[in-house]
Design a protein around this ligand. Structure first.
Ligand code: TZP
Ligand code: MG
Length: 226
């Protein structure tokens, strides 16, 4: 693992599986390339994010067959385990179990936590939320973290919910007892206002995928969050 600052936090050692409690130290939440691949090597994109300080890699591939996701997921599992980075699978509980991922990320329309938990046991369950009510429900039902957004306009998710507003984002540290990760339109030009609102965890897709130097951009973003 290259992230010296993360090692200094004393949480992860190379080659050791990352515990669920590592969520506390998550700042930069990153993704597999999805629609941003553009002829590049997906593993190189993810490796660059990890070198730049990604704390989480989520396998999020909306247009891949499950077989292709399995194949990419096997490589990502190996890489993230070696580097001491959390590995989360989007949407697909079966695939998270097959890959022995650290957890799964579920949306409001996916399988509810009460059905997912018995299958996932100690694994991490993250839930996408878009309102205070959804946050409270996710916490009550036993989510390990929530995603909260979209914070800003984004072209990455076509079926996105309305923007959550800074009122809710600023309130989150008082009303949400589990780690929360802001998402939607976050990048080098917007991350400062997130931190001003008391949020130190961000999930970022396009700003990283479209950056001329992915490692450098991740490094900048992560340094803004701590
Ligand atoms: N959920 C809410 S907004 C979003 C998701 C998955 C997309 C975030 O992508 P970007 O490019 O960082 O705005
Ligand atoms: Mg989903």
């Amino acid at each position: 693992m290259k992230g010296g600052s993360r090692k200094a936090e004393g949480e992860k050692t190379q080659g050791e599986r990352v515990p669920r409690s590592a969520l506390t130290n998550v700042h930069l939440y990153c993704f597999s390339p999805g629609g941003f691949l553009r002829g590049r090597d997906p593993m190189e994109i993810v490796s660059a994010q990890i070198r730049g300080g990604a704390d989480v890699i989520q396998l999020r591939e909306k247009d891949m067959s499950r077989r292709a996701k399995l194949e990419l997921g096997l490589k990502l599992r190996e890489l993230t385990e070696r580097e001491g980075v959390l590995f989360i699978v989007n949407d697909d509980i079966d695939l998270a179990i097959i890959l022995d991922a650290d957890g799964v990320h579920l949306g409001q329309e996916d399988i509810p936590i009460r059905f997912a938990r018995p299958l996932l046991k100690e694994k991490i369950i993250g839930i996408s939320t878009h309102s205070l009510e959804q946050v409270e429900t996710a916490v009550k039902e036993g989510a390990d973290y929530v995603g909260i957004g979209p914070v800003f306009e984004t072209a990455t998710k076509s079926d996105r919910e309305p923007l959550i507003g800074f009122d809710l984002l600023s309130k989150m540290r008082h009303v949400c007892s589990i780690p929360y990760v802001a998402i939607g339109g976050i990048g080098k030009d917007t991350i400062g206002s997130l931190v001003e609102a008391g949020c130190h965890r961000a999930a970022v897709i396009s700003d990283i995928m479209l950056a001329p130097d992915i490692e450098k951009r991740c490094n900048e973003l992560r340094r803004s969050l701590v």
